[in-house]
Design a protein around this ligand. Structure first.
Ligand code: SAM
Length: 291
């Protein structure tokens, strides 16, 4: 089960009360949604959105009248909020990225620690771009660019070159094959680093496959439109590239006089939370309020 991060801080920021309506744009296992939903009865509700059909299916048979979960891309939050009558909403939460479920149980190749097909899609695996398409078909130059831009990978050039050489002999089919090729392309000194040499390349592939940054930008802009005045957007990010985008989006909306920042400085988990849940260590929370 995914352990939700910064739950207390999210609940404090959104201040759920009876009758209020919220959207959890990244429902996952519903940790945040349930913490919010507990406080909106009577009369309130939480609409949960998740792009991954497997995530939505897990909640299908649970009877939680005040939580409704739908399969959608949060980029479409405005249409969805109207369709499900959560418009205007009192608050929207985004807890970005993937969940423990994706790593442990999805079978879609999100982790180099498992040997799985190279899919990496949140959305239905049957259609659309996969990580396998990218590593087997994109040019060396394109691979280098995405590994640099979306993974901040120092050895992007070497890894891109090695992948293009390796795939001439045998196309990449699995995460283990890919992780092994990345490992071999990385200088020996870097192989002993704290993070696995494939971490950044896998991150870049996941971001590109799911158009994560494009969806974030659309989703946050859409969330603004969905909110009533005084409503809040809270966003939890897990790496610097995501956090920078959120910071810039919020800054631009504040400069236009549309929102105000609730926390000038980013909120990070307390030490105790990081000890209990090491995944929380890189989490950052930003909150903005619609004027
Ligand atoms: C970090 S998890 C959320 C965990 C959740 N807060 C909890 O308490 O269990 C992020 C979730 O967002 C979903 N997701 C990623 N991109 C999405 C998108 N564009 N639209 C909707 N859901 C998305 C993923 O499938 C994943 O389940």
């Amino acid at each position: 089960m995914h352990v939700p991060v910064l739950v207390e801080e999210v609940v404090t920021a959104l201040d759920p009360r009876p009758g209020k309506r919220f959207i959890d744009a990244t429902f996952g296992d519903g940790g945040h949604a349930r913490a919010i939903a507990e406080m909106v009865l009577p009369g309130g509700m939480v609409l949960g959105i998740d792009w991954d059909p497997q995530q939505v299916l897990k909640h299908k048979d649970r009877v939680e009248k005040h939580i409704r979960v739908i399969e959608e891309n949060y980029a479409n939050i405005e249409r969805v909020a109207r369709q499900y009558h959560v418009y205007p909403a009192d608050g929207v939460i985004f807890d970005l990225g993937f969940s423990v479920f994706h790593i442990e149980h999805s079978g879609k190749g999100f982790s180099f620690r498992k040997d799985e097909p190279l899919i990496m899609r949140y959305a239905s695996a049957e259609k659309g771009l996969t990580a396998s398409d990218i590593v087997n078909e994109w040019s060396e130059k394109e691979l280098e660019r995405i590994f640099q831009e979306f993974g901040e990978e120092r050895y992007a050039g070497r890894i891109a070159r090695a992948l293009c050489e390796t795939r001439k002999k045998k196309p990449f089919r699995t995460t283990a094959q890919l992780a092994d090729a990345i490992m071999r392309a990385t200088p020996a000194a870097a192989r002993t680093m704290r993070i696995h040499p494939a971490t950044r390349t896998f991150q870049a592939l996941r971001i590109v496959v799911n158009n994560e940054f494009g969806n974030m930008k659309k989703g946050i802009a859409g969330a603004y439109n969905v909110l009533g005045s005084g409503g809040r957007i809270v966003v939890i990010t897990f790496h610097s590239l995501e956090d920078r985008i959120v910071k810039e989006l919020f800054r631009a909306m504040c400069a236009e006089g549309k929102m105000r920042l609730v926390n000038k400085k980013v909120i990070m988990p307390q030490r105790g939370e990081v000890v209990r849940n090491p995944r929380a260590r890189s989490a950052k929370l930003r909150i903005a309020e619609k004027i």
